[in-house]
Design a protein around this ligand. Structure first.
Ligand SMILES: [Zn+2]
Length: 291
């Protein structure tokens, strides 16, 4: 089976071929040009599909909330204008005749990790991605749990500080306003009057002020995970996002989380995601293979 897998994000559309053993080849990317709107994005995806021969399935991982049964975007922020309501599956299948699976990017990544990566062999786990915000996915008994309107696992918007900092969702005190990678970067830059990115912050890890801010930020991560462990009682939490490649962070999260939890919950382990940028495409390709 030959699958063409796409990962549609706010800045890049990545795509690649995937064979029946889920080897990814011919990895490419083009700019999303999000300002041109959702309709144009799907037209360009269809143009790409038409440059390939004998494709059996299309798998699409995309930003936004996705009704995966219909393959359409229920809601997307203005990072891709006019994307809300886009009927991706219908448009691609009408133009190409190739069966197409569409899933939200964090859910796709969770499936990628479940089948091929850090959660291989686990039937239940939760997944969080720490970046600009905090995305999440819930995988229960071998399947994604997507909720009433395909939007479960929005862990970034659970409230960890009542009445706290304002958030992009319109609320206050959300987990991602304190524990995302962006929250760390802005706290360091505002506190120290510098302009560093995440990489530079960890290059200056020995600076005592920076170290203190990193340690307080890890406490913020642990506060949220503690609640999630009490809700889901998982054996595994997969933490994604480039910042989780810092071994200090995952070691500290595990050590501090163990201290916070009641004894019967302490079997949980936090591990970093393993599939990196390929997780979304692998998850989407896997879903497509099951059509
Ligand atoms: Zn929020």
């Amino acid at each position: 089976m030959k699958i063409l897998a796409f990962d549609i994000g706010g800045t890049e559309i990545k795509f690649c071929l995937c064979d029946e053993s889920f080897n990814l080849t011919e990895k490419k990317s083009i700019p999303t040009n999000a300002h041109e709107g959702g309709k144009r994005i799907i037209e360009r995806v269809i143009e790409i599909i038409k440059t390939f021969d004998s494709i059996d399935r299309i798998g699409i991982s995309t930003a936004g909330q996705v009704d995966s049964s219909k393959g359409e975007i229920i809601y997307a922020t203005d990072s891709i204008p006019g994307y809300t309501g886009t009927k991706i599956k219908e448009a691609i299948e009408a133009e190409t005749g190739i069966p197409t699976a569409v899933e939200n990017d964090v859910n796709s990544a969770a499936i990628g990790e479940a089948i091929f990566g850090a959660a291989k062999g686990f039937s239940s786990f939760i997944c969080l991605t720490y970046g600009t915000g905090i995305g999440g996915a819930i995988y229960l008994d071998g399947e994604l749990f997507t909720g009433n309107s395909f939007s479960s696992g929005e862990f970034g918007h659970m409230v960890t500080h009542a009445g706290g900092k304002s958030c992009t969702c319109g609320g206050n005190g959300c987990y991602e306003a304190y524990a995302s990678a962006s929250a760390l970067v802005s706290t360091v830059n505002e506190t120290l009057g510098v302009s560093m990115n995440g990489r530079e912050i960890f290059d200056n890890f020995k600076n005592p002020e920076i170290r203190r801010i990193i340690d307080e930020w890890i406490d913020e991560i642990v506060i949220g995970l503690k609640s999630l462990v009490y809700i889901f009682n998982p054996s595994l939490i997969v933490a994604g996002g480039g910042i989780m490649n810092e071994i200090y962070i995952t070691n500290e999260i595990n050590a501090r989380l163990q201290k916070e939890l009641m004894a019967s919950f302490r079997k949980v382990k936090v591990v970093k995601a393993l599939m990196g940028n390929d997780a979304n495409k692998l998850g989407a390709a896997y879903l497509a293979s099951k059509l």
